[in-house]
Ligand binder design. Sequence first.
Ligand code: KIV
Length: 294
Amino acid sequence: MTALPPDPNELTPRIKITTLAFRQKKERGEPIAVLTGYDYPTSMALDQAGIDAILVGDSLGMVVLGYDNTLPITMDEMLHHCRAVARGTRTALLIGDMPFMSYQISTEEAIRNAGRFLQQGGMEAVKLEGGRERLDTIHAILGAGIPVMGHLGLTPQSVNLLGGFRPQGRTAVTAKRLLEDALILEQAGCFSLVLESVPARLAQLISKQLTIPTIGIGAGAGCDGQILVTHDLLGLFDRFTPKFVRKYANLHTDMKNAFAAYIADVKCHSFPAKEHTIEMPEEEWQDLIHDLKN
Ligand code: KIV
């Protein structure tokens, strides 16, 4: 991975975002903006736009690779995309999402795989799903010097256990358990916590009780930061759009229109035009014709 040089168009030079900066932003009450990234050009655009962190999420499996859920994605697939994102990023904090079965089997495997995100993927932190049941794993990864982001609420890798992609913490009992888990993850040393698909007032309560920043997705405005899946925000993934997404573009439609226009241009010979063609000096052309005739 090679770090990108400073952007010459940058008006105010941006400084590198670290896990410490995350905490400081919460202390200052400055909202943290996070998006997912899976490739080089998108991470370049995210970084240049000033995003605080890029999560190479295992949502990659669904929105880029076309799987039905996040379970099939492997470490090697994740690392392939992490490297591309790292090559396109200069200042955003880079977080790699540990895929299903990369941290659940043993703490040894969890450390090894978390280490691969930093050594082979160019990431600076990892994220993993789950609460109190992940304590040993989180301690072990932190013990290797790797920052960990937690993920509570709707944890997509447990979709089969949860009975679908459904909101979590809607009863007093499950909400209390979520709050307890959040406190346990903070105590364990996580630098931040994703709260996915939980009631807004619960997310706000948790955010107020924690000193580490919460990053919400479908968790209301009371979190310390927000994250969305970039393909949802861009309207690039049209299989379904969760209720909590705000679409800032409609790139799937734009792409289809651009492809249809290209196809039409090729079919009616209007592409390529003169400005897209390479000329050969007339003299060379005449020499060639002459050669071919003799
Ligand atoms: O995989 C992912 O993109 C995520 C975010 C939705 C938090 O885990």
